[in-house]
Design a protein around this ligand. Structure first.
Ligand code: WTA
Length: 663
């Protein structure tokens, strides 16, 4: 065991070194540059304007990319760390994603595909802008008739089916903020989120298809709502046809309601700062935090970035493989893409079902032109073998993107060579749930790329690398990634917890946004993101807090104490390692390991299951009682050099942990 982790660790270290020494540069392709939405001149002009006056730059973006019912009075009201963008402006997100594509000179888009969807079993649906508009208006009316009012929160717990996008857009139409909960989260996690956001309404499905099976969702909703009276209704989409428990009075079928609903629904004229959605993400302390995004700034930000970074054109078929349950799905499966009138492709299932070439088969059959995925997926495909993509005609692809975690240069090169066939620019996009949209990225056709670097900030974004004292660190030294100016897509707060918002993001450096990532810059100003430096782990591009996991473990009757750390993993980036002290007399061994894994899965979701669980009779602590994570991290990755242990309270703990590891 220690050998295997030792190797993984060595590779991780090598990656960091090779990142530091990466010399390969890919200049923009001339043919791509010629047709790009943003050309060299455009970018230079925008950078110049954004530098002279960020507010004028963002106002220009907002005017050019978004339709407003009423103009704003002030571009920015910045009372650090609280920002209001486009103050006084009125707009509607569903209007911008739908209605405006059916009017005036864009009216031809009525019969253009808005969503092309493929279910895991293989069926396809094409929904035109005209049809999507109709469905969204109908569901908005359903919500209204069931008593949903502007400002009411709606939880969406659904598989990757078009109804999820329809429900989101319907919420925006009437000004009811949605909170999408990833379908892989457990009943417990769903319940926490419903309670925290104060949802009064839930939309779900009987289930969805994953790995060839109908994966049930409704039982988790029933369990989550047990004893919660505030939720008046649950609307259920029939997707799999599996048997469900149906609670009369509360539960309603989507298809019954939609049959009767009128397709005439005026978009609400909402304030630019009206809450658009709350999306939960893990932090380094406590329970997941509800990240709040609002209407005008978010929509402006995702619309302009999608257009520039993905070079969206009318004839593109764009596919982002992220689940809508994550921010990537919100911003770049739904809002940013539909606001541009582009075609978004959605896939329900897993990448390797029924065969390892499912993704490449989809790209060939649907003639995908832009493909946006995560490094962890790329690493999985590398392991599965080149023969799978090579079987397929991928010549429609013209642009590739990655998101979610640092991409190791070798995976980047594979993506470039095997998927892009050396023709496609790659945009490595750095951003977060909190940032709303992409902040650091190459602009394709303009910015030269280097494997492993997210390159340069988007115009108007001012990142820096700081040391502990808040001094800008000179290239090529590393430090903490910060953003020095507010931007329209930034989070507006943590739902119901302003103090935590200030504490998490704005306290370390005064009035400067602290991202929680480590980074360094090279001499050309390119940013190289080194990953999280706080107690948040990035598992396959999904954020999980160590605190969350530890509380889940400790809530098990046989666990007295637990500490969780990450160790490098070739496929998932980071693997979860738990050190557990059982209550005295508990029977440990294989059974308890499985029991704990299941327990975590039930508390949070399958993505949070620890890969390794070590049992120990004590955890290494400092004299003040703090768990020494650095030490546990070293043990978890089989590193012999554990560093300074002078503050370790009980030296023998370390030796015993090592024995447990080797045994
Ligand atoms: C990481 C996902 C390196 C980073 C959009 C960040 C990245 C966290 C990249 C946010 C990238 C995202 N290169 N690291 N291109 N993109 N990250 O909130 O650690 O799920 O802080 O948002 O993912 O994860 P989140």
């Amino acid at each position: 065991m220690s050998n295997r982790t030792g190797r993984a660790r060595a590779r991780g270290t090598q990656d960091i070194e090779s990142l530091l020494q990466e010399k390969r540069v890919f200049k923009p392709d001339a043919a791509f540059a010629k047709q790009a939405n943003w050309k060299r001149g455009t970018l230079a002009e925008y950078r110049d304007l954004a530098e002279r006056s960020p507010q004028r730059f963002w106002a220009k973006m907002a005017r050019e990319h978004v339709d407003w019912f009423a103009p704003w009075k002030r571009v920015l009201d910045w009372k650090p760390p609280f920002a209001k963008w486009f103050v006084g402006g009125k707009l509607n997100v569903s209007y911008n994603c739908l209605d405006r594509h059916l009017l005036g000179e864009d009216a031809w888009r009525r019969n253009k595909a808005a969503i092309i969807w493929e279910g895991e079993p293989g069926e396809t649906r094409v929904i035109t802008y005209g049809q999507l508009h109709r469905e969204v208006c109908k569901f908005a009316n359903v919500l209204k008739e069931l008593g949903v009012r502007k400002g009411d929160r709606i939880a969406l717990y659904m598989p990757m089916i078009p109804e999820l996008a329809i429900a989101m857009l319907a919420c925006t139409r009437i000004g009811a903020p949605h909170s999408v909960v990833f379908g892989g989260f457990s009943a417990e996690a769903l319940r926490d989120r419903i309670l925290d956001v104060g949802a009064t309404f839930v939309v779900t499905a009987d289930g969805g298809y994953r790995r060839g099976k109908a994966h049930a969702l409704k039982p988790a909703v029933d369990e989550a709502l047990d004893g919660i009276d505030a939720v008046s209704h649950v609307v259920i989409v029939r997707r799999t046809g599996q048997k469900i428990n149906f609670e009369a009075g509360r539960d309603l079928w989507w298809h019954d309601l939609m049959e009767r609903a009128s397709a005439d629904c005026k978009p609400a004229k909402l304030d630019a700062e009206h809450p658009l959605f709350v999306l939960y993400t893990s932090g380094s302390t406590g329970k997941p935090k509800g990240i709040l995004h609002t209407t005008g700034g978010y929509l402006t930000y995702v619309t302009v970035t999608a257009k520039a970074i993905f070079d969206l054109k009318e004839e593109d078929t764009y596919w982002c493989t992220a689940d809508i349950g994550w921010i990537t799905g919100h911003s770049y499966v739904v809002y940013g893409i539909l606001a541009n009138g582009a075609t978004t492709f959605m896939y329900e299932g897993v990448p390797t079902h029924p065969r390892p070439d499912r993704f490449w088969d989809i790209i060939e059959r649907h003639q995908i032109t832009i493909f946006y995925t995560a490094p962890t997926a790329i690493r999985t495909f590398i392991r599965l073998g080149e023969e799978h993509p090579k079987k397929h005609d991928l010549s429609t692809l013209r642009l590739l993107g990655t998101v979610g975690e640092p991409i190791n240069p070798e995976a980047w090169m594979w993506y470039h060579r095997v998927i892009g066939r050396k023709r496609c620019p790659i945009v490595d996009t750095w951003w977060q749930t909190e940032t709303g949209g992409i902040l650091i990225t190459p602009i394709p056709g303009v910015v030269s790329t280097k494997p492993g670097s997210a390159t340069l900030p988007f115009p108007g974004i001012e990142p820096d690398v700081f040391d502990e004292e808040g001094r800008s660190v000179r290239p090529p030294n590393g430090g903490f990634l910060v953003i020095k100016k507010p931007w329209p897509g930034m989070l507006r707060g943590i739902w119901g917890d302003d103090a935590r918002y200030v504490e998490q993001y704005w306290k370390r450096y005064r009035n400067v946004y602290f991202a929680g990532d480590g980074a360094h810059r090279d001499k050309q100003g390119n940013f190289w993101i080194m990953g999280r430096i706080d107690d948040v782990m990035n598992i396959s591009g999904h954020r999980i807090g160590t605190m969350e996991l530890e509380s889940a473990l400790v809530s098990h009757a046989k666990v007295a104490e637990a500490a969780v750390v990450g160790r490098p993993d070739e496929i998932t980036g980071t693997a979860i390692v738990a050190f557990v002290t059982p209550v005295s007399g508990a029977n440990i061994g294989g059974d308890l390991r499985n029991e704990l894994r299941e327990h975590v899965s039930k508390q949070i979701g399958a993505i949070a299951k620890p890969k390794d669980i070590h049992f120990t009779d004590a955890l290494p602590k400092t004299r003040s009682g703090k768990i020494m994570r650095r030490l546990l991290r070293a043990i978890a990755s089989g590193d012999e050099r554990v560093g300074d242990t002078s503050t370790l309270e009980d030296y023998s703990v370390l030796a015993r942990l090592r024995e447990a590891e080797e045994g």
